[in-house]
Design a protein around this ligand. Structure first.
Ligand SMILES: N[C@@H](CCC(=O)N[C@@H](CS)C(=O)NCC(=O)O)C(=O)O
Length: 223
């Protein structure tokens, strides 16, 4: 199995299945596509009739594109890994939150692009404020969810919904934003994952080769 990913520092969509598979101990080979620096992703997409976007998961002859479709494939293929929780009500909530992450939150995406290796500060717009308020609301929904097992992640044990929100941990942390105490506890658990530290190490090693200035919003505090 091969996972097509982009830059570790910037590619928020790549991070989602990558961290999900790493945390669950699913072995895969990584294929790197530096899509702002060469044409390899366009060539791959033309060959496989897929969008010129990462992530994509190659399983034998089949290529699965889009982060959410990859999560569903992993859930079906590795049922013992609990990518989605067993309780139906909690699973539905997790799927709603993952779908919302997939389709919304435009303001924080564009104004606070993922940039794992730098602490930066921006002027927080009212649109980003609204996103932060919505995140706090989502975290409260999970906190109050009936049948939520104990654990530091959204549905107790780490799962697909945590992976879908993984980049928001970097955005909130690295732009010094505030969501809620429940979000902060989750963010610390996400940051402490050995797999997340491996991702960060990868992002740091790219610093000399791949710098995308248009992802560097606001003022640099610390690298
Ligand atoms: N809906 C897609 C979004 C994927 C996406 O936008 N990926 C970005 C990288 S984070 C990309 O491949 N961009 C290619 C480009 O801009 O040329 C998913 O969930 O996987």
């Amino acid at each position: 199995m091969k996972l097509c990913v982009g830059y570790k520092n910037y590619s928020s969509w790549s991070l989602r299945p990558w961290i999900a598979m790493k945390v669950k101990g699913i072995a895969f080979e990584e294929l790197f596509f530096p899509f702002y620096h060469d044409d390899s992703l366009n060539q791959f997409a033309a060959e496989h009739k897929t969008p010129a976007q990462v992530p994509q998961l190659i399983v034998g002859e089949q290529v699965i594109w889009d982060s959410l479709a990859i999560m569903e494939y992993l859930h079906e293929t590795y049922p013992d890994q609990h990518f989605w929780p067993e309780d139906k009500q909690l699973r539905t909530l997790a799927r709603c939150a993952a779908a919302e992450m997939h389709s919304s939150f435009q303001a924080i995406r564009s104004e606070c692009p993922m940039n794992c290796r730098q602490q930066r500060r921006i002027e927080v717009s009212k649109e980003v404020q609204a996103v932060l308020k919505r995140l706090a609301e989502i975290w409260a929904l999970f906190e109050q969810a009936p049948n939520k097992p104990a654990g530091e992640f959204l549905v107790g044990e780490f799962g697909a919904v945590d992976a879908m929100y993984a980049p928001v941990m970097w955005r909130v942390r690295n732009y010094g934003l505030n969501v809620s105490p429940a979000f902060e506890r989750w963010a610390q658990a996400m940051y402490a994952l050995p797999a997340m530290q491996d991702w960060l190490a990868g992002a740091r090693t790219e610093a000399n080769t791949y710098v995308l200035e248009h992802y560097h919003m606001g003022t640099l505090l610390e690298e």
